[in-house]
Design a protein around this ligand. Sequence first.
Ligand code: ADP
Ligand code: MG
Length: 569
Amino acid sequence: TVQHEKHGFQTEVKQLLQLMIHSLYSNKEIFLRELVSNAADAADKLRFKALSDNKLYEGDGELNVKISVDAEAGTLTIKDNGIGMTKEDVIANLGTIAKSGTKDFFSNLSGDQAKDSQLIGQFGVGFYSAFIVADKVTVNTRAAGTQASEGVQWVSEGEGEFAVGDIEKAERGTEIILHLKEDEKEFLDTWRLRSIITKYSDHISIPVQLWKDEVAERDGPDGEKIPAEPGQWESVNKATALWTRDKSEVSDDEYKEFYKHVSHDFADPLTWSHNKVEGKTEYTSLLYIPAKAPFDMWNRDQKNGLKLYVQRVFIMDDAEQFMPTYLRFVKGLLDSNDLPLNVSREILQDNKITQSIRQGCTKRVLSMLEKMAKNDADTYKSFYAEFGNVLKEGPAEDFANKDKIAGLLRFASTHNDGNEQTVSLADYISRMKDGQEKIYYVTADSYQAARTSPHLEIFRKKGIEVLLMGERIDEWLMSHLTEFEEKSFESAASAKVDLSDLDDEETKQAKEKAEKEIEGVLERAKAALGDKVEEVKFTHRLTDSPACIVASENGMTTQMAKLMQAAGQ
Ligand code: ADP
Ligand code: MG
């Protein structure tokens, strides 16, 4: 018997378990996808480690996942010969949630089951999903390269605690035994299991095998004898790395399931792009745009980047060197033929191959987004609502693709009623008035403030569209975006604004007359304000308000001044 030591789950795990069991019940079969996905990750990790230490294979280099049932005991077992876990690993991985964004996830929970089950989908469930169908889970595991006596057993009923003990385990890797709940015995049926594996795990690159019981000798239809078949492991999936297959042979559902495996996301992606690049640098990329932003997209320590493979061998997760920061939401993988197998993050950092792949991947993503914007406006709208503000970092970061990125941006505008960002710069230009040279915009603390800005009065009067910007990032964006299709941008709050070219003769004369009539006012205002202002000028840009403050021609905009002030400058 195993001597167990009791541990309490981290509070968040307890909450997650509760929530998951209730909200994912209608989708309970996904537990198998999660466990197979973990087994495949464990195989990837072992292969990588074994590159520098072949002994870790312990003479068994055929990595696979084996699934079997014991009908009498009511158990379902998922066994892999991957990297395995040490006792410390077990306690950390199966007792806490190490995921980034955990705090945000829990603070977003509302207690409303429908809403929360949406959120949990975004958060991802992983190993703990075993408790949707099991009332007890036993994990037996041993880390590659350790002694048989260093095996570890983890047991839990999915409530407040788990127990850990030492066991003998001859085979390296992890075995997960689910003691199925009374009404979940359907998962003892191998046909059911086979169909779940085919549906969710076909893309897994190592064999996923089901145990097939022996069949006794029997009579055929014509009285002949059909020989007995011994019990054996049968592979259920294709077991070829999905990205190495030809695009035309991969179905949309397979791409979607593969996305869930590589991204640990639970929802379908919005779109993807799969490419084999040949020539000077050779690589395959499979890039996905998620449907939802992760909880921690604005967190600086957020993990992002692609899964990196070299010649089909997994090398690392979160290789962030292959995507610019403003595309950090992109998920997927990269398989390079040129990088060395012993490549490290340091080597990637300053590397010609990295740069060339990064340029290629950036172009792919931008054209994927262009295509989406052109062909599927609704999807693009939902993409932009999630990631538009990240994309706005682009013009400052990626000079070479500035125009492409600008073409992808969307704004609120005086042309529309809502605050949704839907107007493209091309839309704006197509509506410009005869004689209008500039693209006008106004930045403020909110869309509402932008929309009610007194700077807009003259534009309204003249029927000139102004882009409304109310996001924090907009000021930063506009300091890097100077022109689009040869039209330059001008803040509606700038002193430079001059719409007189659009005046007719009558208006010009009326303006001169008006200025004469109140000649003394300027002097009095100057005297009263002293050196608080640079200058006091007549303006014809206001229609209802008597006066407004504008930024000087060479100075920063008022919004930028506020930002600087807030930053203590
Ligand atoms: P994720 O896969 O998103 O990291 P999971 O909840 O699915 O989250 O798994 C938690 C962690 O437990 C994994 O990151 C891994 O370190 C460990 N783990 C789970 N299953 C296995 C396994 N079969 N072999 C080795 N480690 C595993
Ligand atoms: Mg997982």
